[in-house]
Structures are given as C-alpha cells and as structure tokens.
Design a protein around this ligand. Structure first.
Ligand code: NIG
Ligand code: FE
Length: 411
C-alpha cells in the first residue's frame, strides 16, 4: 500500500544519478518547491511537483507536509557508538587543567573505556548502544558506521563487533561495522607493540572474517598510537579478508599518514584537523573521501578542519559525528551540519550533501540511502516549518525536526 506525502514546501536532496560529490559539485543540492513524494513499503516510489500529481484520492494513507521541508536522513559514516560508559570525569579534570597525557598516565582515555567495556556483559553493552542509536535516529540519523576499538583484547573486540552485528540485524537502518583493534596499544603490549599487531592480524582478523563481523578496517595513525608502517601492515593483512580501510589520520599530526591512506585506497580518511597545503592537494587529487569531524575538533578545542580549502581544491568530503565518550560525546548530526557552516564556512547545501549523499558513499550504503531518489529507502527528515534550508544550520540551538521516517515508517 502506497503512502502519499503532499504539499511539501521544499523537497531537498534530490538526486537522479548516484554520484560522489567533489569540489564545486557539493554546492549542488537539488530542491523541488511545493512537492509530493510517494512511498511504497520502505522505498521511495515517486516524487514531483504538486501540479503534476494525479490520482491523489486513490491513496489510503496521506501525510500533509504543508510548510515542511523534507530531507534525506543523515548518513553518519564515523562513530564509536558502542561503549560502556561516558567519561565526564575526565572532561572535568581537563577543565581543571590536567593534560591528556596526565589523564592517559592514570589509565584514562581509550584505555579507561577499554577496561570498562571488557568488564561489561555483551547484553548490557547492546542495550546501551541500542538506546543511543534510537536517540540518534530520532535526531535524523538514517544510516551509521560503528567502530570497535574499546576492546583491545581478542574477547573485547569480538564482543564489540558482535554487538554491532546485533544492531545491524535489529535496527531499521543500514549499519556498517569497522574493526578498529588498532585504536591504542594496551598497557600489556606497551613494550611489545609488534606483539599486539600480530594479535590483531593472527588472532582477530581470521575470527572476524569467519563470523563476518566487519565491513571495514580502521587504524588510529598518530604519534603515540599507531605508526604509518603499522597502519600499512594492518591494512594489508585486512585486505586479504576483503576489508577496505577507513582511517583515523591527521588529527594531531601530519606525518604522511594521509598519503599512506590514499596509497592504501582508503574509502575515507577521517579527522583531518592537521593538514598542510600538500595534504589538501594530495587528498583532492585522490579517490579517497575526506571525512571531517567538526564536533571532535570543537570538544578538544582544536583548529577546525580546512573544509573550505578542501572543497576549493576539489576534494570529496563527508561530515560525520565521531560519536565517542572521549572526544565527541554527541552523535547529533544536526549539530555537525550547523558547526560545519558556522566554523568551517561550508555552505548549507555543501554541509547537507556532505552529511547525506557523501556520507553514504563513505560507508558504502549509497545504493540504499543518502538522497531523495526513486528506489532508495524512504529514510526522511521532516522539519518543522522553516523559511528555507539555510535556516537548518543557522538556527543551531533549535530542534527543527518534526518527525523522522525510516523505511517508510515514522519512528
Ligand atoms: O576518533 N582519535 C581516536 N579515537 C577517538 C577518540 C577516542 C577516545 O578518546 O575514546 C576519536 O576522536
Ligand atoms: Fe573516531
């Protein structure tokens, strides 16, 4: 049975051809004024302008969207949604002047999260993650990538990935899983880093492949974490199991990690707070998507990512939340979109495209979602009445979402 949504003030994010957007293309957000959209089951069946709508009486179910704007749901291509506990005590310690290194030395940071996650039963971890996911869906997230990386033991990493697999099976949205065993070296391996890399390659990867627990591999490539050489070794090993890389690079330093990510044909290179002119040019000339995480830069008081320079150089960029307890304790994509315009001078059209269609490409779900296109899932955001799409990033503190439709159903 088909559902008609009529009198839509603006239907935004229409795409007739699925295409990763780069450079100037990012500003092209196709919008229909006074539009209708037809949903059959979970799929977009048709759309157009109201004047061309015929047979409206035949629909049993009709939604009137007068005054409302409809957008494709957000595609959040970089999160660490599965974690055992928040870390607001570290946040306050930092406010009081403690450094990240001091916190880490006391067992804080990623290792703190790992300790708590290893102690938590899988069922509880699932319940917490599932609650967080529901909150994000209500805020408009209609596809999400989720990483492991708070296990850092064979059992802990497998537990996290199994939770993600359960979410995949039960949640109404496309979910992609990424293996981030190389997030931090556990204390026991501090003097034996090669030993930990061997554990990832010899003990984790084969099991992950056997249970089909991951779609991608990630490495946190930074000074004090994983080297460029370690990233190369891990990604080459993961490639044998069909896992493509999506990588944490150039967050704190620029030391060749981005260039290696490009050479490894990474689907995306994520973070990019620290970018030289050469880094910007190299990324723009590559097929790798640059995924910008402005809320992480904000929370850590780091310079924002050079979105303008990247777009002007012709790069393909996506926006994501980096939701995690340490550097971005929010997965609200509305905030991400707003912050991108306010702090990185992205245009509203560029930000919306980067957070929808390009986000979908950055996690391989572009056939299913990311735009208003016939045959794609009806994963839609209905805004409250707003004057124009520019109002979405502009009114940064307002909740502009009236309702969210996922798979053709209002949640
Ligand atoms: O993406 N940069 C590395 N990993 C996370 C932070 C992890 C944490 O502090 O728990 C990030 O920002
Ligand atoms: Fe991250």
């Amino acid at each position: 049975m088909a559902l008609l949504i009529q009198n839509i003030q603006q239907l935004a994010g229409i795409r007739y051809k699925n295409k990763l957007l780069r450079g100037a293309e990012l500003a092209q957000l196709s919008v229909l004024d006074n539009a209708y959209l037809v949903v059959e089951e979970d799929t977009i069946l048709d759309f157009g302008v109201m004047e061309e709508l015929s047979g409206a009486e035949a629909y049993e179910e009709v939604i009137n969207a007068s005054g409302q704007t409809i957008l494709p749901a957000w595609c959040d291509s970089h999160t660490h949604l599965v974690f055992a506990a928040s870390r607001e005590e570290e946040f306050v310690a930092k406010l009081k002047g403690m450094t990240y290194a001091e916190i880490a030395a006391q067992g804080g940071g990623i290792l703190n999260s790992a300790k708590k996650l290893n102690a938590m039963p899988q069922e509880l971890l699932y319940d917490l993650a599932s609650e967080r996911l529901l909150e994000l869906m209500q805020k408009g997230t209609g596809a999400i990538e989720i990483k492991s990386g708070y296990g850092l033991t064979v059992e802990g990493e497998l537990k996290m990935l199994r939770v993600i697999k359960q979410l995949k099976e039960r949640a109404p949205i496309p979910i992609r899983a990424t293996f981030l065993g190389a997030h931090a070296y556990p204390l026991e391996y501090k003097e034996n880093q090669d030993g930990y890399i061997k554990l990832l390659i010899n003990e984790l990867l084969p099991n992950i492949a056997l249970e089909k627990l991951a779609d991608y591999v990630d490495v946190f490539c930074e000074e004090g974490f994983f080297s460029v050489a370690a990233m190369d070794t891990i990604c080459n090993a993961a490639a044998k199991y069909g896992l493509q890389p999506k990588l944490h690079v150039n967050q704190l330093n620029s030391f060749g990690a981005l260039q290696k990510a490009i050479e490894l044909k990474a689907v995306s290179a994520d973070h990019l707070e620290t970018m030289t002119e050469k880094d910007i040019a190299d990324l723009a000339a590559s097929s790798t998507i640059g995924t910008l995480l402005p809320t992480a830069a904000y929370f850590l008081r780091m310079p924002f990512q050079p979105a303008r320079a990247l777009i002007d150089a012709g790069a393909a960029i996506a926006l994501a939340s980096d939701f995690n307890p340490g550097s971005s304790p929010s997965g609200n994509m509305n905030t991400v979109v707003s912050m991108s315009c306010i702090q990185m001078k992205m245009l509203p059209e560029e930000a919306i495209n980067a957070a929808t269609t390009n986000g979908a490409f950055a996690m391989g779900v572009q056939e299913q979602t990311g735009s208003i296109s016939i045959g794609k899932k009806a994963n839609l955001i209905f805004t409250k009445p707003i004057p124009s799409i520019n109002y979405i990033p502009y009114a940064f503190g307002s909740d502009l979402i009236d309702k969210v439709m996922l798979n053709g159903e209002i949640i």
